[in-house]
Design a protein around this ligand. Sequence first.
Ligand SMILES: *Cc1c(COP(=O)(O)O)cnc(C)c1O
Length: 371
Amino acid sequence: MVDLKGQYEKIKPEIDKAIHEVIDSTAFINGPAVKGFQADMEKYLDVKHVIPCANGTDALQVAMMGLGLKPGDEVITTSFTFIATAEVISLLGLTPVLVDVCPDTFNIDPEAVKRAITPKTKAIVPVHLFGQTADMEVLMKIAEEHNLFVIEDVCQAIGSDYTFSDGTVKKAGTIGHVAGVSFFPSKNLGCYGDGGAIFTNNDELAEQLRVVVNHGMVVRYYHDYVGVNSRLDSIQAAVLKIKLQYLDDYAKARQSAAAFYNKAFANHPKLKTPVVAANSTHVFHQYTLVTNDLDRDAMQKFLMDKRAPAMIYYPVPMHLQKAYQDPRYKEGDFPVTEDLSKRVISLPMHTELDEEQLEFITSAVLEFANK
Ligand SMILES: *Cc1c(COP(=O)(O)O)cnc(C)c1O
């Protein structure tokens, strides 16, 4: 599904040098590489504060802790996401309130969000799924009307641009009150281990987040809050500082692979290609088809057997996960999510796909679809 080796080979001298500099300096934690990456990322995103942390799950958890959300507070998020989004809500004793998604973009449905708001609602967590930004203008308006925080899960969409109706363009992750990102190796900006970061434009919140990631420590060994230990190590930061320079090129490579797939499957009655919202760019963390009148699981097996990998993101919606069995939810509650979970299939998507590989994958897909 990804080719991290091929990507590394192209930037090997720079990466090796940066890693060795960290080792030579022995500044493994909080070294200059971390500060340097943080500053570059702030500039790239045009955001005031980037707070590095250990992974994307921590980023989301710390964001919620920094906002001071309390047990019993309701947090609205999508049922069509990776478990981490809902997991941190639950772990903090908050109440996850799941809602359905839009059938075209797979992103959280603002109308469903509106219907889910109660006096206990404190926050909305849109997930910019597969690489395009959720409808943030509408979500921010809803949040403002109801005095809610918006925490963006930007783990899959770093680099995506969102355009407001007045023409203003902002990067995904800089629109809500706070955002969490993952630098897991296979993400669009991936390091060589685990990594993550939190973004915010709010100075006070940024201070709070820096305290939370560092054991709730304001003055050394004086702990004002119960925090966590969540750090981005210097070697990962050094890798990210280099890869950030290539992030837009990486997005272009993904977009051209997506264009190749789109062309090959255009107007196919059994394959619906990704719909890109008019107000967002798509950085294709995943290239996800919606199958129609096809045995999706047989198709995955067929492709795997041909060594053209295909994955199902996600086969089970949150509300039907065993861990999330809840009397509030039952099968049928989120028809769009449930339907998508039965019909989606994601094809290999990364920065190193060449024409030959794309040709091979598309012909395998078409062979199955045309059977
Ligand atoms: C990857 C991912 C996360 C978690 O990131 P980790 O770095 O693996 O903790 C959270 N949400 C979404 C949508 C993701 O894709």
